[in-house]
Design a protein around this ligand. Sequence first.
Ligand SMILES: Cc1cc2nc3c(=O)[nH]c(=O)nc-3n(C[C@H](O)[C@H](O)[C@H](O)COP(=O)(O)OP(=O)(O)OC[C@H]3O[C@@H](n4cnc5c(N)ncnc54)[C@H](O)[C@@H]3O)c2cc1C
Length: 302
Amino acid sequence: MIYDAIIIGGGPSGAVSAFCLQQTGRKCLILEKKTHIAEKTCGGFLSSGGIKALQSIGLDVKELLDMGAVPIHKFIYTRNGEKQIHPYASREYGLGLTRHLLNNWLLDYAIKFGAEIQFNTWVKSIVHKDNLFQVNGYTSSNVIIASGANGANNFVNQDKHTILNKQSFGLSAQITGVTSLSTDNVYFYITGENGFDYFWIIPNGNNIWNIGIWFQKVPKDAVSQFWFYKEKIVGSLFSEIEFRRKLKGAYCGNYTLFKQTSSGCYAVGDAGGFNSFTTGAGLRAAITSAIDVSMEIHKNNN
Ligand SMILES: Cc1cc2nc3c(=O)[nH]c(=O)nc-3n(C[C@H](O)[C@H](O)[C@H](O)COP(=O)(O)OP(=O)(O)OC[C@H]3O[C@@H](n4cnc5c(N)ncnc54)[C@H](O)[C@@H]3O)c2cc1C
């Protein structure tokens, strides 16, 4: 069988690519290295731009609200002890949710529209011959690399450390606890002297709070900085704290890991360097780049 597209990675950019292509009658196979959809290191904030992008392809995020996601109406920034409140325009909102919920929901839609998925399948090379791609024994006319901020290291010939040095970096964990914070807001605390680095508290729904720290450039003491601000900020706002997901770090995908080498091979989401410099819109960029690439493949293969 020759698939119209093999999609490497079953995160948001991979799932949305598959969903869009299946809707236009293209047959897709997603190859995902993990054995199941796991929680990804992320703040779990889907911006209103991301919601609009999903609506533009017919996906209604109200279903996510029914499954425990929470609507976010305000950003609360604290810089040098001063608080600033930035509300969304009326009728606009973001979502706070676990990545497990979002990723599963998107993949379910891709599968419902006919996409196939193979878990436990780690792609390490792509062979392009006679206008067809061979990937882990499967054949397709197009390949979409949707393997995230780190995942394209398998397909590039550049030095991995040189590339990762250019990426921004974040650490996050999920907690439960008692707090008077409102799930209507996301909370950002500017921490770094560069004016960019920040600590966040983001409601992920179902009484889960995501806490984390983002660095423009990863410092040697990243982990101890996280614990310092966790004590200082979270410690003063929460009691009865329990960790639901332990602290993990991840690169942010603001740097392109992939250079297109042959026609029919595309990169979306973090693998394509579409994440914004300050991460908060990575999900929106994953969704919109997947929509754009799917439209391009559909057009080029008509
Ligand atoms: C700490 C942190 C906090 C963040 N917070 C936010 C936030 O609050 N809001 C927001 O919008 N964005 C946030 N982002 C960015 C957001 O997480 C990413 O932009 C988004 O996950 C990108 O989606 P993706 O589908 O491109 O990649 P991913 O979500 O990384 O998915 C890639 C998939 O590919 C699979 N894979 C990788 N390599 C291979 C391979 N070789 N073979 C097969 N499968 C492979 C992986 O297992 C994974 O399932 C944050 C990022 C970080 C690091």
